[in-house]
Design a protein. Structure first.
Length: 147
């Protein structure tokens, strides 16, 4: 599993011209599931996102995680996070899991983050979404359960 994690002051997901969900301040997580991902990959990413210390403390150092900062999490499923653009100019998405494999892991990711005490908002799985965000920093971190 891979995640692009952005620290945001706000994030919104729009589907078919309607606002589906909004969150912030906190994290915007673009989550991509790879073929063969399982419980270990899920546990790794949930723990990393939950405890990633990228929020400023009283001394303006990145020492707080999203819960300590009082933030929310917006999770957007994005198979394109699994893109491989090392060859040519057109990315390959062969590593991305098929929807029937990916959706349960995306749902479990959100459920486990919420079970850790976070407020978790979601996009719509497999929908075309307009995602609006105001990056804070900008702070953008790439997490990969296999690297």
């Amino acid at each position: 599993m891979r995640a692009v994690v952005q620290r945001v002051s706000s994030a919104e997901v729009w589907v078919e011209g309607r606002r589906h969900s909004s969150a912030g301040p906190g994290l915007l997580v673009y989550l991509g599931v790879a073929t063969g991902d399982g419980p270990d990959d899920l546990a790794f990413l949930v723990d990393k996102v939950r405890h990633l210390r990228i929020f400023p403390d009283a001394d303006d150092k990145m020492n707080l995680d999203v819960a300590q900062a009082g933030g929310e999490v917006m999770v957007v499923s994005a198979f394109t996070v699994q893109a491989d653009a090392r060859r040519g100019r057109r990315p390959s998405f062969d590593a991305a899991a098929r929807p029937e494999e990916a959706q349960p892991l995306v749902e479990a990711f959100c459920e486990q983050l919420a079970a850790s005490g976070l407020i978790v908002r979601q996009g719509v799985f497999a929908a075309y979404m307009d995602v609006a965000s105001h990056n804070d920093g900008p702070i953008c971190i790439l997490l990969d359960s296999r690297k």
